[in-house]
Design a protein around this ligand. Structure first.
Ligand SMILES: *[C@@H]1O[C@H](CO)[C@@H](O)[C@H](O)[C@H]1NC(C)=O
Ligand SMILES: *[C@@H]1O[C@H](CO)[C@@H](O)[C@H](O)[C@H]1NC(C)=O
Ligand SMILES: *[C@@H]1O[C@H](CO)[C@@H](O)[C@H](O)[C@H]1NC(C)=O
Ligand SMILES: *[C@@H]1O[C@H](CO)[C@@H](O)[C@H](O)[C@H]1NC(C)=O
Ligand SMILES: *[C@@H]1O[C@H](CO)[C@@H](O)[C@H](O)[C@H]1NC(C)=O
Ligand SMILES: *[C@@H]1O[C@H](CO)[C@@H](O)[C@H](O)[C@H]1NC(C)=O
Ligand SMILES: *[C@@H]1O[C@H](CO)[C@@H](O)[C@H](O)[C@H]1NC(C)=O
Ligand SMILES: *[C@@H]1O[C@H](CO)[C@@H](O)[C@H](O)[C@H]1NC(C)=O
Ligand SMILES: *[C@@H]1O[C@H](CO)[C@@H](O)[C@H](O)[C@H]1NC(C)=O
Ligand SMILES: *[C@@H]1O[C@H](CO)[C@@H](O)[C@H](O)[C@H]1NC(C)=O
Ligand SMILES: *[C@@H]1O[C@H](CO)[C@@H](O)[C@H](O)[C@H]1NC(C)=O
Ligand SMILES: *[C@@H]1O[C@H](CO)[C@@H](O)[C@H](O)[C@H]1NC(C)=O
Ligand SMILES: [Ca+2]
Length: 538
């Protein structure tokens, strides 16, 4: 075992810690006396090696290549008398450690360690942790949600307890506390971030939240509404998977040019008042297998329209036009993907429940019981604000799964809450929302969707700068007292979405509700030819 006197190394690095550190082994940790978790195993990660996980959610098991040298620590926490949660923290070797702790989130209903995002953080030098959220399942499986303890773990408890426990592992491994703590997650991971901000304001200094599913007593209901248009597929209103690209073409034909540049992107979907009637059968459509009947046209209108119930009660925003090429995920296949099992198992508790009976009262009941405390929809962010925390939220304007405007409405809900306190101007001191044209759900899409965030398959922006990477921008906002926070961010689009193929274009994305506008001159593929003029709303 090669031991290294860390004092000499720290002099080189300009730090002042007289610590011994054993390079390349994790052996010291196995004997660590931990208060908050028990260690399941500790494994060294060999530099240059590949890793394939064994999570129940198989998307977490895509092979991770060219790993840096690290220490992989797997732990378990007793979260209640009869429930446990697991987490893993991967610790960079001391010289590679950026001195920060990063926790990453999950997706859908998944129970399992999110290895791709652990590796994303590890490669950028963070000691990075992910939980299994306290149960084992794929991201599409909500049949476990009737287990009340697992529901609480998924709602908020597993991540909070794992965060405390993982910080203890960091302290033991490095003989140092992390200098700052960050969180990054998208979708369910976005909800987990908001849940941390609202319930546990001391856990993180900075929180990066993407496309959050933070109104979870409503979003699954909206998924059911979509299912009611599309299932069973024998219905006249059903739109099959070959039609979505055709509908997308028609949307672009009508709305692409509205932003002044015909580039396959709709910068501001709120200005796209698409009329699917142009695709009505018999309306001069030459391709008779690419037309829509009246029931299908009505279906599209409903999918793109917010769902309001009696007494001005909003159930959820509709999807934004421009995202339809990806609707096969939610709307095709043999059975509806999301929503139904959550209501069956955690809300009405009846496996024979007929989802076509859902109405505003069903959703109001879900609000009242809030299973597992799953919502993260409390606009009072003052405890996090006074703890000095910062939160950056982003949402793709091409999101085909969670309606983009749900994030705009959530921002406005928080803004109105602060307005009611006479503190509206303070909100942007610690919370900013960015809408990204051409970003689908968390990753992918026609736009400059690489933002330096979680759930992007480890694909990083063209520059590791505060204006290209949301995570770097967050770090700067938290740690640099001269930082005034992110204003205009720059997204990257790679050729074929492959980093090594080179940058296809860069494009700014703006703070809600501003929209990127072409300056009228210069190469449209370069971010500097665009700007984010203020819409003057806030
Ligand atoms: C570091 O290791 C040396 C040699 O093993 C030992 O003498 C010294 O006490 C250790 N220092 C600390 C701070 O543990
Ligand atoms: C890791 O995977 C890559 C890509 O599949 C492969 O080229 C490489 O040889 C693998 N490395 C090791 C150490 O197995
Ligand atoms: C998840 O599955 C593993 C392997 O089957 C099992 O050991 C573990 O206890 C399960 N975790 C939970 C929370 O049920
Ligand atoms: C867990 O244990 C508590 C206390 O014994 C009990 O009330 C509860 O029903 C149990 N929950 C589950 C999911 O088994
Ligand atoms: C880490 O922080 C805790 C809580 O502030 C403190 O008790 C502990 O001494 C710190 N550990 C180190 C190694 O500085
Ligand atoms: C898909 O829908 C279109 C329009 O409704 C129809 O013409 C076509 O036959 C359908 N294709 C399949 C494979 O069902
Ligand atoms: C007609 O529309 C269908 C469905 O979008 C498409 O698959 C097919 O290629 C189109 N045919 C022609 C001749 O454009
Ligand atoms: C709407 O509000 C009225 C007046 O408060 C109430 O009587 C009625 O039950 C409400 N309707 C629903 C569907 O909640
Ligand atoms: C279903 O179970 C949850 C969790 O135990 C409970 O809060 C809710 O009231 C139950 N629903 C009904 C309709 O009884
Ligand atoms: C909603 O559905 C429930 C159960 O089917 C029914 O009892 C209730 O009257 C409905 N409420 C409204 C407002 O339609
Ligand atoms: C950004 O940082 C990561 C991790 O250190 C590195 O792999 C990547 O090459 C860097 N990207 C650029 C454009 O410098
Ligand atoms: C991004 O920031 C870097 C320095 O951090 C600066 O050199 C560059 O000009 C900025 N790019 C744009 C488009 O603002
Ligand atoms: Ca355009």
């Amino acid at each position: 075992m090669k031991s290294f006197n860390f004092f000499q190394l720290s002099l080189i690095l300009g730090q002042v810690q007289a610590l011994n550190y054993t390079l390349g082994t994790c052996s010291g940790l196995s004997n660590a006396n931990l208060q908050y978790s028990s260690i399941r195993f500790v494994t060294p990660v060999i530099a240059g090696s590949n890793f394939t996980g064994d999570a129940p959610e198989t998307s977490y098991n895509t092979v991770q290549t060219a790993l840096p040298s690290a220490c992989r620590v797997a732990c378990e926490i007793q979260t209640s008398q009869n429930s446990t949660a697991r987490f893993e923290i991967w610790l960079p070797m001391k010289t590679a450690w950026n001195s920060r702790f990063l926790a990453v989130g999950n997706g859908g209903w998944a129970g399992g360690i999110n290895y791709p995002d652990i590796v994303m953080g590890l490669k950028q030098g963070f000691a990075t942790m992910s939980t299994d959220t306290g149960h084992n399942s794929t991201q599409n499986d909500a049949t476990w949600t009737g287990n009340a303890e697992e529901m609480i773990d998924f709602g908020h408890r597993a991540l909070h307890l794992a965060t405390i426990a993982a910080k203890e592992v960091v302290e033991n491994f490095y003989n140092l506390n992390a200098s700052y703590s960050y969180y990054a997650g998208c979708s369910t991971g976005g909800r987990q971030g908001w849940s941390e901000v609202q319930r546990y304001p001391e856990d993180f200094d900075g929180v990066l939240v993407g496309a959050p599913a933070n109104w979870m007593t409503h979003l699954p209901a909206w998924d059911i509404r979509v299912a009611l248009e599309q299932f069973p597929s024998s219905k006249p209103s059903y739109i099959n998977s070959t039609m979505w690209p055709t509908i997308h073409e028609a949307v672009l034909a009508q709305c692409d040019a509205l932003d002044g540049v015909v580039d396959g992107l709709i910068s501001d979907p709120t200005r796209c008042n698409f009329h699917p009637e142009v695709l009505a059968c018999g309306n001069g459509i030459s391709n008779s297998s690419a037309c829509l009947n009246p029931a299908q046209i009505a279906n599209l209108h409903r999918v793109w329209t917010p769902w309001w119930e009696a007494n001005n009660t909003l159930i959820y925003e509709g999807l934004s036009p421009g995202s339809e090429a990806g609707y096969t995920f939610l709307m095709n296949g043999a059975t509806p993907q999301f929503g139904i099992d959550f209501f069956k198992h955690a809300v009405v508790n009846d496996t024979t429940w007929d989802y076509s009976t859902i109405n505003g009262s069903t959703v109001a009941f879900a609000d009242a019981i809030n299973p597992g405390g799953i919502n993260a929809y409390d606009p009072d962010l003052r405890p996090f604000q006074s703890a000095g925390g910062k939160v950056i939220e982003y949402h793709g304007y091409q999101d085909q799964v969670i309606p983009s405007l749900a994030s705009g409405r959530w921002y406005d809900t928080v803004y109105e809450f602060y307005g009611g306190l006479g503190q509206a101007a303070e909100l942007s001191d610690f919370y900013r929302l960015f809408m990204v044209p051409g970003l689908e759900h968390c990753n992918g899409g026609d736009g400059a969707w690489v933002t330096g965030a979680a759930s992007q398959s480890g694909i990083l922006p063209a520059e590791n700068s505060t204006n290209h990477s949301l995570l770097y921008s967050l770090i700067d906002w938290v740690e640099n007292t001269n930082s005034s926070g992110p204003e205009t961010m720059i997204g990257t689009k790679y050729v074929g979405d492959v980093t090594s193929a080179g940058v296809k274009f860069t494009r700014p994305y703006c703070r809600w509700p501003n929209i990127p506008v072409y300056n009228g001159k210069g190469n449209v593929s370069l971010a500097e030819s665009w700007s984010c003029p203020s819409a003057g709303v806030y």
